[in-house]
Design a protein around this ligand. Structure first.
Ligand code: G4P
Length: 281
């Protein structure tokens, strides 16, 4: 399977990110807990040089708990602060403020030594499309916090959300573009729905997912769809189509529809908690 993906507007997004990064102390980078490496763009390490770094394994509810913990360890061993969160349900969000504080401790101490007191830490959320940036910002900021900046009569500027007296968050997240020279990475991004389905053959993608699941999560497909086939993923798709009564023209098996069902079930966590990447610690 071969595909390339680099939307033109990402060039603009990168420029904006570069400008915003100058204003902040801390980069809060969201990654997808199911593919913590493939959902990163390594360029952020360059863009964020000299800034405090916090990696959030978002959608942790969809990934395997044991591997979430391993990934947290992995990122910490590389020098990042790291925690797992579920922005949708709010899991792990409460503790984030103290994690932010901790991630910026060095910077705050440096400020204090220089006699700069009470300057809030400024942070920005970044991540690839659909990783949950807006959901996270909403979960963290809630309704209670006041926006600062852009007050009437004040020169137009960025919108900062005051989380508490120590931390302010830029209200617009930075969009990172997924990056893959490696087709495996592209495939994983497609599995979680980060790359538009239209540029890929749905059935081909579903077949690849079946191959992966048979290898790494044996029994999952059998349990969910009562399928028995293990060797030929296209035969598995036909069995899913049969069991789910996906038919075209009354009697032909609609494997395209079955592929959609499988991908939707995976993306929605209905196949259970599944992680597609394992860290090497
Ligand atoms: P973005 O700003 O980075 O582009 O992502 P956004 O917040 O729009 O979130 C993308 C999708 O991911 C949304 O689903 C959102 O609900 C879901 N999401 C975000 N965080 C989590 C999480 O921790 N766990 C789970 N399971 N899902 C999460 P959607 O289908 O677009 O919307 P909706 O059906 O949830 O309303």
């Amino acid at each position: 399977m071969h595909f390339q993906w680099y939307p033109g507007h990402m060039t603009k997004a990168r420029r904006m990110m570069q400008e915003n990064i100058k204003l902040i102390d801390l980069i809060i980078e969201l990654v997808d807990a199911r593919i913590p490496l493939s959902s990163r763009n390594p360029d952020i390490d360059d863009l964020g040089r000299g800034k405090a770094r916090l990696i959030l394994l978002n959608k942790a509810d969809l990934a395997e708990e044991r591997l979430n913990d391993m990934w947290v360890e992995y990122f910490r061993s590389k020098g990042y602060s790291a925690v797992k969160v579920n922005s949708k349900k709010g899991g792990g969000i409460k503790s984030i403020q103290s994690v932010i504080q901790e991630a910026c401790r060095e910077k705050m101490e440096r400020d204090r030594r220089r006699g700069i007191l009470n300057r809030p830490v400024r942070a920005m959320v970044v991540g690839i499309p659909n990783v949950g940036k807006s959901t996270f910002i909403n979960a963290l900021a809630g309704k209670a916090c006041a926006k600062t900046g852009n007050k009437p009569g004040v020169t137009k500027g960025k919108q900062w959300i005051r989380l508490n007296k120590n931390v302010e968050l830029l209200d617009t997240p930075g969009i990172l573009w997924p990056k893959f020279e490696d087709q495996e990475v592209g495939l994983k991004l497609a599995f979680i729905g980060s790359i538009k389905d239209e540029i890929l053959q749905t059935e081909e993608l579903a077949a690849e997912l079946i191959r992966y699941l048979n290898r790494s999560y044996p029994g999952v497909l059998e349990e969910k769809y009562a399928v028995s086939e293990k060797e030929d993923p296209y035969q598995t798709l036909r069995e899913i189509a049969e069991n789910r009564h996906c038919l075209v023209r009354g009697s032909e098996l609609d494997t395209e529809k079955a592929s959609g069902i499988l991908l939707d079930d995976f993306r929605g966590g209905r196949l259970g908690r599944i992680t597609l990447e394992v860290p090497t610690l």
